[in-house]
Design a protein around this ligand. Structure first.
Ligand code: FES
Length: 87
């Protein structure tokens, strides 16, 4: 499990092993748009302000993934204990 810290709303949401970041955020009442939920469409792409995403999508280009400044919360996870998002 890991935490996602929401910079704009000043909240922190815990993401358990059995849930996606997108589902954890939506369960916490965060307004996040998703569509494919498989890392294909790019609807959910969210800006990452700090932390290292574990990219599991096939939407972002390899160089976009390497920049670690955005990720797809529908399927990607975190390699760092906390991921800080622009939400
Ligand atoms: Fe399609 Fe996340 S909802 S990439």
């Amino acid at each position: 499990a890991f935490d996602v810290q929401l910079m704009r709303s000043g909240r922190t949401v815990r993401v358990g092993h059995a849930q996606t970041v997108a589902h954890a955020l939506m369960s916490a009442g965060v307004d996040l748009q998703t569509s494919c939920e498989q890392g294909i469409c790019g609807t959910c792409v969210t800006r990452v302000l700090a932390g290292i995403p574990d990219h599991r999508d096939s939407f972002l280009m390899p160089e976009e993934q390497a920049a670690n400044d955005c990720f797809t919360p529908c399927c990607s996870r975190s390699l760092s204990p906390t991921l800080v998002l622009d939400l």
